[in-house]
Ligand binder design. Structure first.
Ligand code: PBG
Length: 330
C-alpha cells in the first residue's frame, strides 16, 4: 500500500510478534504433556463401545484396556482418571457395587498396575455410576442423604486405595467427605494415597455427555442442585476449597472448565495450592461437533482451550483431548 502516513511511535507492540522465534521466547505460558490427566471409561464387557455424544471417546473392556493405556504411557501422560460404565443390573439404591473390591475401577487398577508403574491412577469417588437413582449420594424419600453417603464413599475410597489407586478423586460434593476419607485411608495405612478433591464442582449442563458415557442419564431424576454448586457463586467456591484443604485435600479441582476460569484464577491466587480443572464432556462435545461441521478448526481450538486453563493458573487439566494434545505437542 502506498501511503505517506507514518505515526511517530516509540513503542510498537507488534515488534515482538513479528517472528516465530520472538513469539516463542516471550510466550508466558507453555503446554506440556505434564499438564494433562486423561479420563478413561471402563466397561465390563470385552471390546470397546462408543459414546455417541463424545466422538472419539471409547469405553474400554478388560481385554482392550492395557493397549489403550499403552499410548498414554508412551506419550508420558502423568495420570489417568478411571470412570466405570456399570451394567444396569449392578446398580442399586444402596450403591454396594461402589465398594466391591472387584468392581471395575479396582479390577482395572490392578491390571494396569501389573503392566505399568509410570502412570498415576485416580479412582473416581462418587456413587452415581452405581446408583439405580443416578445421584452421587444415597437417596431416601427424594432427599440426598449426606452422612450416610459419606460412609459409603469412605468404603469406596478404601477399596480403590487397596487396589492400588495413587489418588482418590471425590467428585460427589457431600459435606465432610474429604476429612472422612482421609481418616479412613490413614487408619488403614494408606497415608500417602492422595486426595484430588472436586472442591468447586458446579451443577452444570455441561455434564450431559458424561452421563451417557457412564450410563447414568436415564436413571437420574431431578437435578444435583442440592449438592453441586450454583453457577452464580464464586465466594462459596473459595469457602469450599478452604474447607477441603483443612480436611486434608492434596489438590483441589474446579469443574467445569472453560466457563469457570475466573474461579480457577481466584482459587490459585488465594490459596496457591495445586489447582486442577476438568474440561468436561460437554466442552469436548461442543468442540467436536463444531469442528465436524467445519465451523471451527479442531486442533487450533483444542490447544487454545487447553492454553486458557494454563493462563488461568491451572496445574493440570482433566481432558478428553489429553492424548490428541500430547500427540500434537510431540
Ligand atoms: C459425577 C461426575 C460427573 C462428572 C464426573 N463425575 C457428572 C455429574 O456430576 O453429574 C462429569 C464429567 C464430564 O462431564 O466430563 N460423579
Amino acid at each position: 500500500m502506498n501511503t505517506t502516513f507514518r505515526q511517530d511511535l516509540v513503542v510498537r507492540p507488534r515488534r515482538i510478534r513479528t517472528d516465530d522465534w520472538t513469539r516463542r521466547m516471550v510466550a508466558e505460558n507453555r503446554l506440556s504433556v505434564d499438564d494433562f490427566i486423561w479420563p478413561v471409561f471402563l466397561q465390563e464387557d470385552n471390546g470397546t463401545s462408543e459414546v455417541p455424544s463424545m466422538p472419539g471417546v471409547k469405553r474400554y473392556g478388560p481385554d482392550c484396556l492395557i493397549d489403550a493405556i499403552a499410548e498414554a504411557v508412551e506419550l508420558g501422560i502423568p495420570a489417568i482418571a478411571l470412570f466405570p460404565y456399570n451394567n444396569p443390573e449392578t446398580k442399586t439404591e444402596d450403591c454396594r457395587e461402589s465398594y466391591n473390591p472387584d468392581n471395575l475401577i479396582c479390577q482395572a487398577t490392578r491390571s494396569i498396575r501389573k503392566h505399568y508403574k509410570e502412570i498415576a491412577l485416580i479412582g473416581d469417588v462418587a456413587l452415581d455410576p452405581y446408583n439405580s437413582l443416578g445421584h452421587d449420594g444415597i437417596v431416601k424419600d427424594g432427599i440426598i442423604l449426606n452422612d450416610e453417603s459419606v460412609e459409603i464413599l469412605c468404603r469406596q475410597a478404601l477399596v480403590q486405595a487397596e487396589a492400588g489407586c495413587d489418588y482418590v478423586g471425590p467428585s460427589d460434593m457431600m459435606d465432610g467427605r474429604i476429612g472422612a476419607i482421609r481418616d479412613t485411608l490413614d487408619e488403614a495405612g494408606y497415608t500417602y494415597t492422595k486426595i484430588m478433591a472436586y472442591s468447586a464442582k458446579y451443577a452444570s449442563g455441561f455434564y450431559g455427555p458424561f452421563r451417557d458415557a457412564v450410563g447414568a442419564k436415564g436413571a437420574l431424576k431431578g437435578d444435583k442442585k442440592t449438592y453441586q454448586m450454583d453457577p452464580a457463586n464464586s465466594e462459596e467456591a473459595l469457602r469450599l476449597v478452604e474447607n477441603d484443604l483443612q480436611q486434608g485435600a492434596d489438590m483441589v479441582m474446579v469443574k467445569p472448565g472453560i466457563a469457570y476460569l475466573d474461579i480457577i484464577q481466584r482459587i490459585k491466587g488465594t490459596f496457591g495450592v495445586p489447582t486442577m480443572a476438568y474440561q468436561v464432556s460437554g466442552e469436548y462435545a461442543m468442540i467436536k461437533a463444531a469442528s465436524a461441521n467445519g465451523w471451527l478448526d479442531h486442533d487450533t481450538v483444542m490447544m487454545e482451550s487447553l492454553m486458557a486453563f494454563k493462563r488461568a493458573g491451572t496445574d493440570a487439566v482433566l481432558s478428553y483431548f489429553a492424548l490428541d494434545a500430547a500427540r500434537l505437542l510431540k
